[in-house]
Design a protein around this ligand. Structure first.
Ligand SMILES: N[C@@H](CCC(=O)N[C@@H](CS)C(=O)NCC(=O)O)C(=O)O
Length: 257
């Protein structure tokens, strides 16, 4: 099916896979009509949105009469239908492509599983009015740490700046880096220390920022804003000038977006 002229992209930029797809579109100069869907307000569960994506999740796209959910599938579809996308993002070489698919499959059950569980239980649950589960948080943390170990020792190899022996970035690099960036909203020293101890991962994040500049910072603006607010709240609490009012806990930063 020929791609239509206006591609509609539905995202919430607090969502890691949403940012990966938007970043992919931006670096490849793919024109999109951007539709912001506020997950915190439950906009992804409305009948109108479910008519677009019955899964009730972002990201998703509408390309003419064609609707598609799942970030990996969306990036593969766009890489295959948009002529301007450089081959390295999703190579036509079958073996190279298979390596990218291998990282993408791994990503969902490892880095994303660990990071999502940790972020949800350590930061998002209270904002969404849901109960955090400390046991799930601990399990998520173990998966996250193990996944970062695998990135450092398996997916990132000496002499190859990108995942799975890549000399140039692929959609797998985009998916994984957006997931890891989500960890910034945690004010958790253990996660921060563990992440910064991974030299290859740290260097790779810096490289990803560089090769996707200025779009990387642009799609992550919302994350930087949350981090800024958290820091401000922590400082206010330490200085005794804010945060705990009438014995209540300070409102989580996300609720103020
Ligand atoms: N595997 C999907 C994940 C999609 C997903 O879980 N999206 C989340 C945001 S990160 C969402 O829309 N959550 C809203 C909900 O489940 O109600 C992808 O890669 O696109």
């Amino acid at each position: 099916m020929a791609p239509s002229s206006t591609l509609k992209l539905y995202v919430d930029l607090m969502s890691q896979p949403s940012r990966a797809v938007l970043l992919f579109c931006r670096v490849n100069k793919i024109d999109v009509e951007l539709h912001l869907v506020n997950i915190q307000k439950g906009e992804q569960k409305t009948p109108e949105f479910r008519a677009i994506n019955p899964l009730g999740k972002v990201p998703c796209i509408v390309d003419g009469r064609f609707k598609l959910a799942e970030s990996h599938a969306i990036m593969k579809y766009l890489a295959s239908t948009r002529p301007g996308v450089a081959d390295h993002w999703y190579p036509t070489d079958v073996q190279r492509r298979a390596k990218i698919d291998s990282v993408l499959d791994w990503h969902h059950l490892n880095i994303r599983r660990g990071s999502m569980t940790v972020v949800f239980n350590m930061a998002l649950a209270p904002v969404l009015g849901l109960k955090a589960d400390p046991r799930a948080a601990a399990e998520g943390l173990a998966i996250l740490k193990q996944s970062l170990d695998v990135m450092e020792t398996v997916w990132l190899q000496e002499g190859y700046p990108f995942l799975a022996g890549g000399r140039q970035p692929s959609i797998a690099d985009l998916s994984v880096v957006c997931e890891i960036m989500q960890l910034q909203i945690l004010s958790n020293d253990e996660v921060a220390t563990y992440l910064s101890s991974k030299e290859r991962v740290t260097a790779w994040i810096a490289t990803m920022k560089k090769v996707t500049t200025p779009h990387f910072d642009d799609v992550h603006k919302i994350i930087y804003r949350v981090v800024g607010r958290r820091l401000q709240e922590t400082q206010q609490v330490k200085a005794g000038t804010g945060g705990h009012v009438n014995g209540e806990n300070p409102k989580p930063a996300l609720s103020k977006l």
